[in-house]
Design a protein around this ligand. Structure first.
Ligand SMILES: C[S@@+](CC[C@H](N)C(=O)[O-])C[C@H]1O[C@@H](n2cnc3c(N)ncnc32)[C@H](O)[C@@H]1O
Length: 359
């Protein structure tokens, strides 16, 4: 999924640094989960994962990819639905996806508010696709309330919907605004796609809360931090995915039909607050290693980060030149730009080595 700060292309590098620096351990806390790509990567390498995010749609992805260890059988659902298909079907998951792809559209919340119609002119989806997203979302909820699907199956279907929606959204990358003209991708008929599920033998724990609240809940080997880098809050940029995931008929306002996000604001989008929160994490007791992904354009300055981290152990800073396309506000063509992706590695001293003993 396209997501600001998505670490999909950096996880290999992060993992190689973990190996090079002899960072051992099992329990990995993906503190800022987002797409859950980092958690997925480490789950596949046999770590036990704890993860959380303030965004509910991230929680949906975490439930499906991280917490869930099984392929869905849809045992209760399949006898109740009639699926006619001439497609090559791989398994029960495919059958259910095929069924949902064929249901009739419904003029629901997404159609009414995010497609151009008589009531508004928001162009996030073409009307047919808006109706289809509504119909699929409503059907998934109906199945859950009739106990036709279990919790895992519910989140797998919701995650399939969340992962599919961006392929048909008329946006430039985030949902803070829609495009004036229709993008080619938005004109295609909506198609729900399956997601790749991951199996593992370990039990994983996922949350939809401020991760600061989880600092003392487990004994972590590694806490991995990937905070927002600037003042831009995540919730308004992904408000539509949040609304599709929650489907809670929120009050919305403004040109983009934004939902309220007061309780999803991150302290890491403010320099002073971010440094304070970082210090609380560094001074917390239940971890061996703290890894922080950041970059040289972030709002927390390098020297301050190091000063805070050095309070509890030895800090190593690794850097990686990362090519990024930056669109230019003056309307010129987008420019190539190198930024330095950074990985701060803090190895926490043993409690005994820095606890002063007073006789
Ligand atoms: C840079 S993104 C993480 C990207 C993620 N590593 C990935 O690969 O997709 C930062 C994420 O942190 C979340 N966030 C910010 N502050 C948070 C907090 N205090 N607790 C939990 N999540 C938070 C945001 O909602 C956003 O999803």
């Amino acid at each position: 999924m396209r997501f600001i700060g998505n670490k999909e292309r950096l996880v290999d590098w992060i993992y190689s640094e973990i190996k090079k620096n002899n960072i051992a351990g099992n329990l990995f806390f993906d503190f800022f989960s987002g797409t859950s790509n980092v958690g997925k990567y480490f789950k596949q390498r046999d770590y036990q994962i704890v993860s959380s995010d303030l965004l509910y749609f991230s929680y949906v992805l975490q439930k499906a990819y991280i917490e869930n260890n099984n392929y869905p059988a849809f045992k209760n659902l399949l006898p109740k639905i009639n699926i006619e298909t001439d497609k090559l079907i791989a398994d029960n998951y495919d059958l259910v996806i095929e069924y949902l792809n064929k249901i009739n559209g419904i003029e629901g919340f997404i159609y009414k508010n995010y497609t151009p119609n008589t009531e508004n002119n928001r162009k996030y989806f073409i009307p047919e696709n808006g109706k289809k997203i509504d119909a699929i979302r409503i059907e998934i909820e109906n199945w859950k309330s009739q106990n036709l699907i279990n919790e895992n199956e519910y989140y797998i279907l919701l995650a399939s919907l969340i992962e599919s929606v961006p392929y048909f959204s008329n946006i430039l990358g985030v949902y803070a605004a829609y495009k004036k003209d229709w993008d080619k991708r938005a004109l295609k008929p909506f198609e729900l796609k399956r997601i790749n599920l991951l199996q593992s033998k370990q039990k994983h724990y996922v949350f939809n809360i401020n991760s600061m609240e989880l600092l003392n809940k487990f004994e972590y080997d590694i806490i991995y931090l990937d905070p927002p880098y600037n003042q831009r809050q995540y919730a308004p940029n992904y408000h539509l995915l949040e609304t599709i995931a929650k489907y809670d008929n929120p009050k919305i306002k403004g040109i983009s039909g934004m939902r309220n996000y007061d309780n999803q604001k991150s302290a890491f989008c403010n320099r002073e607050k971010a440094l304070n929160e970082l210090e609380k994490i560094v001074l917390s007791k239940n971890y061996k290693y703290l890894l922080l992904s950041y970059n040289n354009e972030g709002i927390m300055p390098e020297n301050e980060i190091i000063k805070i981290m050095e309070q509890t152990g030895k800090v190593t800073l690794k850097e990686y030149d990362y090519l990024r396309f930056k669109s230019n506000n003056n309307g010129e063509a987008s420019k190539k730009k190198f930024i330095k992706e950074q990985l701060y590695i803090l190895k926490r001293n043993n409690e005994d080595t820095h606890t002063q003993k007073v006789d």
